[in-house]
Design a protein. Structure first.
Lengths: 479, 389
């Protein structure tokens, strides 16, 4: 559709009106060629790199356009300017306003020459980005310290530099009717299952949403069994994590504007692994992984079993322990269930408060938490010390789960377990575990069962999920 | 769809609610019964005493400074244990928690009177500890529970710990409730229960001694064994594998031995319709103390010691078995079980008359003791090197 006439004034007025006389629309007028043809360069402030605009567009146009002659045809002129003068990485010739406006608001600069009905758009994108930092959500002792930033190009480059292979594929999508957020799908052509790739692609294509401000939007929209509490999409801030995932044949989704990338498919055992497992020596990594598995169950079951055992099966507690629990609970005003719920909720409150607190007064929370709850409440006889120990144990265990979303799910289900245990004791906990098992074995992540490789059972993968198999044995196996 | 979910939620919550916290225990009213004492009072009525634990903080947690009595004793009489316990519940106003009972004390008087009327309670009641240790009290059980003086605040804790301790060489094998109950009805292996008897009394408190065994014939106690005899019965019934004994070698010469790794092999054999039980005892002996100088370097001396020790054990075993079989008519070492295992067919005809058969058993005892550690190798103390200096 050609609706551009080549009049500078009309062009400017049209664009200015389209952008609602937005004040950040900037322009520069100049004259080019031997016959001083007026030309207009337009851009949106803040989206472009001014240095690149100067060096790659304005100065070549001014100094190198002497040789342009009005005698030449429009096409020759435009071709000369776009091919030989402008030195930006990308240059497009545009003939309609409809295709021009999106480029303009994406940080491109437009050159319009009086009397020529073709416009030149050059990529001068230059957004301010944060420097690459250590990711705040996942820190490691050994391993690379770089984390994703808010710029998608930087993020893709961080992954690309780890897997330097021609088989790495990047597919761009633009999602969000208002926000036009750039989203990139990354996978390794040979390794990723074509069905998975096409499934992810169709799911991304079907997204119809106003704006994408964080990858959680995408996660919610593309995840399987959306009503489930369990995360079926893996999110990470670490490029090495994503690189490892695509090497395993999984598909990564990187969203512009957020340092959190998504990886699909994702099973329960992916959520209990960390990248650091691969950087530590295998016996230690296996040991830590087992601690994490135990932590998973302790978070889920410790308060519930404490409550269930004491209210229904106190004979299971060793005599000395029972005696000391009984004496500690002597005079505590709340029943066991109330006490446990109260303490667990207090802990959740403390945790939330410490995240929201400004860092400068963050230490106040730990003082309040440790002194008021830990010391004074016990001394005042409002709560008993065993329940403080139980809550502390649960808290420690919950921090061993590497995935924030899985940890949150388990912490939530812990309350369900507490309620079940208060009704039916250990029997209730068993019912809860059965229901949990049924649910977990019924959900999938882009076709992969959530409990894979245990249900369905694949011995070799199961071994690798439980044990961090040393690299040297893997090499032998391949031969 | 929404209605369906609602129905599901209602149904699920009803399943929960209907149960109504079934078998829930009010934890805060819970009081642990640490020991049950069973007596026969003057009117020949059953007297039940319960030792209730008043929980105190462990000493490690600063509980030593707490000023409260560690246990409370409640006593009531009744025709049955249950009746008495119901009365005690009214006295103590607490939920009595029987699942962690440490010990059950039965007074000698009650035990001799027969236990058939009262064991029914233990068979029927589900909330009780089958692993509690049974003791026969020489004095009244109430006295033993309330006045006994032990290092631990709760005396029955101490008794349980002592009977359970497998590393203590002195400890005599105890019997737990589940074994005791079944042996009361079993003629092939009858109960032998450690007794607890007052040793010395200090003002209001009594120091208790656990050692002698009370031997049962059916559900009635027949009598006591001496300390030495009890030890041998414990070995033969395999409830103890160690022991400390003193052997008189010559006049005024005593050697204390520590016996370890005691292995007993019992075999039954019919020779011309005469039941012969052969017992082989193997063990390692360590010399602990000797009142005289021993020249262990000489083979003769060590041989003498071994022979003496073997003789001592041999006669001891024979004597003990004769006493239990003839005097008490009790098979406290489980010979009936051995015969049953070896001759299952013949056992059917002997079983009814096993008590009488016991007296006719011919015993063939063989002991094999090895002197392993003798303590000092040189005579008593170093003499030769001292002179050189």
């Amino acid at each position: 559709m050609r609706n551009f006439t080549g009049t500078l004034k009309a062009a400017f007025e049209y664009i200015d009106q389209e952008l609602g006389h937005s004040s950040d629309l900037s322009f520069r007028q100049c004259q080019i060629g031997s016959d001083n043809t007026p030309a207009l360069i337009m851009w949106v402030d803040g989206l472009i790199n001014k240095q690149s605009l100067n060096n790659d567009i304005i100065s070549p146009l001014m100094s190198g356009s002497r040789s342009i002659n009005r005698v030449d045809s429009d096409e020759t002129t435009i071709n000369f300017i776009s091919h030989s003068l402008i030195t930006t990485t990308e240059v497009i010739q545009v003939t309609s306003y409809e295709s021009l406006i999106p480029l303009l608001i994406n940080g491109w600069s437009v050159v319009i020459i009086e009397g020529i009905d073709i416009m030149i758009a050059a990529n001068t994108q230059g957004l301010e980005t944060r420097s690459i930092d250590e990711p705040a959500s996942t820190s490691v002792i050994r391993g690379p310290r770089d984390g994703f930033v808010e710029s998608i190009d930087t993020n893709i480059s961080l992954i690309r530099r780890r897997v330097k292979n021609k088989l790495v594929r990047v597919e761009n999508h633009w999602i969000g009717n208002m926000s036009h957020t750039k989203i990139a799908m990354m996978y390794i052509f040979d390794r990723a299952n074509p069905d998975t790739v096409s499934e992810v692609r169709t799911r991304l294509d079907h997204i119809d949403i106003d704006a994408i401000l964080e990858s959680q939007y995408i996660e919610d929209l593309i995840k399987d069994s959306p009503s489930s509490f369990f995360p079926t999409v893996y999110s990470t801030e670490r490029p090495d994590d994503v690189a490892g995932a695509i090497l395993e044949g999984r598909v990564a989704i990187i969203v512009d504007g957020t340092p959190f990338a998504l990886v699909l498919p994702c099973t329960l055992f992916h959520l209990l692994k960390t990248t650091e497992d691969l950087y530590l020596s295998y016996p230690i990594a296996t040991f830590i992984r087992w601690i994490r598995f135990i932590g998973f169950f302790i978070t889920l079951l410790l308060p519930a079993s404490y409550l269930g055992v004491l209210t229904y099966h106190p004979e299971m507690v060793p005599p000395q322990l029972l005696s000391s629990i009984l004496s500690a609970r002597d005079g505590v005003p709340f029943p066991l269930l109330m006490e446990t719920l109260l303490m667990e909720l207090t802990f959740e409150g403390l945790r939330e408060a410490s995240i929201r607190m400004p860092k400068s007064i963050g230490s106040a929370i730990s003082i309040v938490g440790a002194l008021v709850i830990g010391e004074s409440a016990v001394k005042a006889g409002i709560i008993s010390s065993p329940s403080v120990i139980i809550v502390a144990g649960t808290a420690i265990a919950s921090f061993t789960i590497p995935s924030i979303s899985l940890s949150a799910t388990i912490r939530l289900l812990r309350f369900v377990m507490i309620i079940l245990a208060s009704f039916l004791g250990l029997y209730g906990i068993m019912i809860g575990l059965f229901l949990l098992g049924i649910h977990l074995s019924s959900i999938k992540s882009v076709g992969m069962p959530y409990l894979a490789p245990f249900a369905p059972f694949r011995p070799k993968e199961a071994e690798r999920a439980l044990v961090r198999v040393p690299w040297f044995t893997l090499r032998k196996r391949q031969k | 769809m929404v209605i369906r979910y609602l129905k599901c939620i209602v149904a699920a919550s009803m399943i929960m609610m209907i149960s109504g916290c079934w078998s829930q225990i009010n934890f805060d009213q819970l009081t642990v019964v640490s020991a049950i004492g069973l007596d026969l009072d003057e009117d020949q009525k059953l007297q039940v005493s319960l030792q209730l634990v008043n929980p105190t903080l462990p000493v490690a947690a600063g509980g030593a400074t707490q000023q409260r009595r560690a246990v409370a004793i409640y006593t009531a009489t009744g025709h049955t244990i249950h009746e008495a316990i119901e009365i005690i519940k009214k006295q103590s106003k607490k939920n009595l928690f029987f699942s962690q009972t440490r010990a059950i004390l039965i007074s000698e008087k009650l035990a001799k009177n027969g236990l058939s009327n009262i064991v029914d309670y233990f068979w029927r009641e589900p909330n009780q500890n089958f692993n509690s240790w049974v003791l026969i009290s020489n004095s009244t059980a109430k006295d033993a529970l309330s006045r006994s003086k032990e290092l631990l605040a709760v005396s029955s804790d101490e008794w349980k710990a002592y009977l359970k301790d497998k590393t203590n060489n002195t400890a005599r094998g105890g019997i737990e409730l589940y074994q005791f109950l079944s042996r009361l009805n079993q003629s092939s292996y009858e109960a032998a229960v450690p007794g607890i008897s007052p040793f010395a009394s200090e003002s209001k408190q009594i120091i208790m001694e656990i050692g002698k065994l009370a031997v049962f014939n059916g559900d009635k106690m027949s009598g006591w064994l001496s300390l030495d005899e009890s030890r041998i019965v414990n070995w033969l019934s395999r409830s103890s594998k160690t022991g400390v004994i003193q052997v008189k070698i010559k006049n005024d010469e005593f050697i204390d031995f520590d016996l370890t790794n005691i292995h007993i092999k019992t075999t039954a054999q019919f020779k011309n319709n005469q039941l012969v039980m052969s017992i082989l005892m193997k063990c390692d002996a360590h010399i602990k103390t000797s009142t005289e100088a021993l020249d262990l370097a000489s083979q003769q001396v060590s041989h003498t010691i071994e022979t003496k020790l073997n003789q001592y054990l041999n006669t001891g075993i024979k004597h003990t078995l004769h006493k239990t079989f003839d005097t008490y008519q009790s098979d406290a070492v489980g010979f009936g079980d051995v015969v049953h295992r070896t001759y299952p067919e013949k056992w059917k005809s002997i079983e009814a008359n096993w008590g009488a058969t016991l007296k006719t058993i011919e015993l063939a005892v063989d002991t094999d003791v090895r002197l392993v550690k003798s303590g000092l190798l040189i005579n008593r103390s170093i003499k030769k090197d001292d002179k050189d200096d």
